[in-house]
Design a protein. Structure first.
Length: 224
């Protein structure tokens, strides 16, 4: 299939989100091996172009070349939307301890999380995963595919590691950060990952006539 790279490029351009190799194979009738080979060929062909191929959130998508991110932002994007310290801390807790309930988040942060979590849901960074099998059946929250793409992760396995000795969540058990220092380190690691990923990747989705790009999220100190 000598035309497979071009066909994959067309599918990726039309897609609103990352597309898995399985989806690409189903769309083109190509085998997994053919898709993988064609993606490598397409990636190489796009290296010096304005559009590049990126692997994100368990799939692939076309994005503007990071080298020209300043030009694209000046032309296309509104001012950056800032993420407050409260939102970033809440997002870090959900990312590291998911699935987690709102009450668990509030017990870790020590303050009401209704407004912050609503904001994170509106930005499609967290979502409802189900309900916990306890009295009251509270909603469980976790991060989204949009979270992975915003931070430049292919999967949650790429989250920055927690500091040495920090608690890990075990199945069916609620684990809290016992010390504010450990929580602060985890939050700082997530913020650093966001800054680095956006500086290095610096891209927005390839613009399409049917969609309006969302502003990138940048972490700064501030209030919700």
């Amino acid at each position: 299939m000598t035309d497979l790279p071009s066909r994959l490029e067309a599918v990726l351009f039309a897609a609103a989100d990352s597309v898995s190799t399985e989806q690409l194979g189903a769309a083109t009738g190509a085998s997994p091996q053919q898709v993988t080979s064609a993606l490598a060929e397409l990636s190489a062909a796009l290296l010096d172009r304005g559009i590049v191929l990126r692997e994100l959130a368990g799939g692939y998508r076309l994005a503007t070349n990071p080298k020209w991110s300043d030009d694209v932002e000046r032309f296309l994007l509104p001012p950056r939307t800032h993420m407050s310290q409260a939102a970033l801390e809440t997002l870090a807790i959900v990312a590291y301890l998911q699935p987690v309930t709102r009450t668990e988040v509030e017990s870790i942060r020590g303050v009401n999380a209704d407004g912050v979590m609503a904001t994170l849901e509106q930005r499609r960074l967290i979502e409802e995963l189900g309900r916990k099998d306890v009295v009251g059946r509270p909603i469980l929250y976790g991060t989204t595919k949009q979270f992975l793409e915003t931070f430049g992760f292919r999967s949650l396995d790429e989250l920055p590691p927690l500091p040495e000795g920090a608690p890990k969540r075990r199945h069916g058990e609620v684990i809290m950060f016992p010390q504010s220092r450990e929580r602060a380190i985890a939050v700082e690691q997530l913020r650093h990952s966001l800054d680095v990923s956006q500086e290095a990747a610096g891209e927005v989705d390839a613009p399409r006539a049917s969609s309006v790009p969302e502003p990138p999220v940048t972490a700064v100190n501030g209030r919700e």
